[in-house]
Structure formats: structure tokens, C-alpha cells
Design a protein around this ligand. Structure first.
Ligand code: UDP
Length: 328
């Protein structure tokens, strides 16, 4: 019997990498995706079922067809800037979509759920290293919608015994080292791919959002984790649930913070090119510093973020950026 895992958002950046990791681990990832931001040709490791999380009947149909052992839920709107401009869409799509998915899973007897949450649920905490017990105080509708889903999972765990592993991601970067999948958003908003575009001449320059933050060099600090390491943790999280170890929350970061200027400097070194830069205003909704202070995933899941040093992440992203799979 194939061991199906329902992967919502499997056509997106992180979801596609997760499908590859699941497939390597012996599962059959079934992608459920409306292709609003994902890519049909990124679905390479199992079937694609087109559908929208708002469509409960379609979800029921897919659960019935595959009887997945677990759900990995990646599909979401995830841009802070958009969430600031249009919070209603974030609440509706992210929270109602997750509610439909959770209820469909429970109705189908699928009791394991791996959820992609975010360090944006912590808000702005003034240089604190963030761990699973840090109070969550999101400052934008994106972080708030993810926190609401975390809380929803807790309620359904109490009422229906749904078991969940919640991963709070820090900043995800890099690309599959084999070049089979990588990052491509349309429009692109993330620091590293935009910078590679600027290096490559695909855009005139990278705009640095704010140089007057209370950090050593005035730019925001983030904790970057390699996408391949991140999805490895998801397989370990699934194994955790299979082992009957119960619901848990894990931060996925490395504990090392990099400022925007430091990422730019590293990129110049790795690519051996100049990075054209413009210094602009702050972007609304950005926290000053988001760095993980947790080793729980390493300790309890046996997670080894082996590729998450900045030079490797940029080198992998750069190779993907210049390879045949990149659409830009
Ligand atoms: N950033 C920037 N210029 C850009 C995009 C991002 O200076 O064109 C900064 C952004 O303000 C943040 C960091 O880079 O401090 C990472 O932003 P990204 O959008 O990649 O991820 P986020 O932290 O929003 O999840």
C-alpha cells in the first residue's frame, strides 16, 4: 500500500522540496494546490490534485481517493507587505482554509497534521532569542493568521485527538542541491532571490528596506535556514507523530542572525559579483530581529541543519537561479 501524505501547497517553494524529501523517505506525496502561486512543473514527486482549500467537497474527494496517513499543510498566503495592505484576505484564505482542511482530515479519519507556522507569530521582541515558549505577539495579519491556526490545532487536539507538529520557521532560503526544485515567486518579494536578480542584471538594484533599525548596522536581522534542512525536519516531525510521541511545537532556525547588509556582503563573496543596492525606507510590518534561540528540534527530533550556513544557502540558490529550472 502506498503511504500517501497530503501536501497542501506542494507546488510552491517549500512544499515542492517537502514532496522530494517525503518521496525519498518512501512516502507518496499528494499535492493539493490551487496553483495560485505554485507551479505545475514543480510537482514532480507524486500526483497533483488541483483544488482550493475553500472547497470542502473537493478536499473530501481527495481525502477519500488517497486516504492519506497525514497532512502537511504549507498552502498559505505569506507576504507581510500584502497582509498589511489587505488583512481580510489573509484571515479568510489562511484561517478558513486551514479550518476546512482540519475538519476534512478529521472527517476522513486522518489524525496527523504537520503545520507550517512562522516566527512572525512572535512579533517584535527587541533582540530576544525566540524559542517555543516565548510569548506570541504577532504584529501583522500574516503572523496573526498563523497563530490562529496554531490555536485551532490545539482546540481540535483536545476535542478530536488530532495530533500535530507545528514548525515555526525562521527565514527559509536556498534551493535543492540537486537543482530539481528551487525558489521562484511571482512577484518575488524575498531578500535573497531579489538580490540574485540584481546581481544577474534581471533587475536594476536591490532596495534595502530601512537602515535606521536599532541593530549594529541599522538593517533588520533574520535567522536563515536552508529549505532542504527545513523539509528534512518535516519528515522527522512526521516520524515523531508516527512514533506516538504526541503534539509538539518546534522552532526551525539556526540561532545565527544575519543583517540585510551581511547577507548582501556574503552574496557578493559567494557569487564574486557586485550587488547593486539602493537604500530605501522601512517596510511596514517588519520586525527588527527574528532569531531562534531553540535547540529543541536538534535535541528531540535529531534534526541536523547541515546546509544552513549562509554561504551554502546562497551558493545553492545561485546555482538554481542560473540553471534551466529557473523561470525568471
Ligand atoms: N528586505 C529588503 N529588501 C527586499 C526584501 C527584503 O531589505 O527587497 C529585508 C526585509 O526588510 C527583511 C529581510 O530582508 O528584513 C528578509 O525579508 P524577506 O521578505 O526575505 O523575508 P521575511 O523576513 O519578510 O519573511
Amino acid at each position: 500500500m502506498p503511504r500517501h501524505i497530503l501536501v497542501t501547497g506542494g507546488a510552491g517553494y517549500i512544499g515542492a522540496h517537502a514532496c522530494k524529501a517525503l518521496s525519498r523517505a518512501g512516502y507518496v506525496p499528494v499535492t493539493f494546490d490551487n496553483l495560485s502561486t505554485g507551479w505545475r512543473d514543480a510537482v514532480r514527486f507524486g500526483p497533483l490534485e488541483e483544488g482550493d482549500l475553500a472547497d470542502r467537497a473537493r478536499l473530501d474527494e481527495v481525502f477519500a481517493a488517497y486516504q492519506p496517513e497525514a497532512v502537511m499543510h504549507f498552502a498559505a498566503l505569506s507576504l507581510v507587505g500584502d497582509a498589511m495592505r489587505d488583512p481580510g484576505t489573509y484571515w479568510r484564505r489562511n484561517v478558513l482554509g486551514a479550518l476546512n482542511l482540519i475538519e476534512a482530515a478529521i472527517a476522513a479519519g486522518c489524525g496527523r497534521f504537520v503545520f507550517s507556522s512562522t516566527c512572525a507569530t512572535y512579533g517584535d521582541q527587541d533582540g530576544v532569542l525566540l524559542n517555543e515558549d516565548t510569548a506570541q505577539q504577532p504584529i501583522n495579519a500574516y503572523g496573526k493568521s498563523k497563530l490562529a491556526i496554531e490555536q485551532m490545532l490545539g482546540d481540535f487536539s483536545a476535542s478530536h485527538g488530532l495530533e500535530s507538529v507545528i514548525f515555526r520557521y525562521f527565514n527559509v532560503a536556498g534551493a535543492d542541491p540537486d537543482g530539481e526544485v528551487g525558489e521562484f515567486h511571482q512577484p518575488e518579494t524575498h531578500l535573497i532571490p531579489l538580490m540574485l536578480d540584481a546581481i544577474d542584471g534581471k533587475r536594476a538594484a536591490l532596495t534595502v528596506f530601512g537602515t535606521d533599525y536599532p541593530t549594529p548596522d541599522g538593517t533588520c536581522i533574520r535567522d536563515y535556514v536552508h529549505v532542504s534542512d527545513l523539509v528534512d525536519a518535516h519528515v522527522l516531525g512526521l516520524n515523531w507523530l508516527e512514533g506516538g510521541r504526541g503534539s509538539n511545537v518546534f522552532c526551525l532556525g539556526t540561532g545565527s542572525g544575519f543583517s540585510v547588509r551581511e547577507v548582501i556582503a556574503q552574496s557578493a563573496r559567494v557569487t564574486n559579483r557586485d550587488v547593486p543596492v539602493i537604500y530605501g525606507d522601512r517596510r511596514a510590518g517588519d520586525a527588527v530581529s527574528l532569531v531562534s534561540g531553540s535547540a529543541r528540534a536538534v535535541r528531540d527530533l535529531g534534526w541536523q541543519p547541515a546546509r544552513s550556513d549562509m554561504a551554502t544557502m546562497i551558493a545553492d540558490a545561485w546555482r538554481w537561479h542560473q540553471g534551466p529550472g529557473f523561470r525568471g
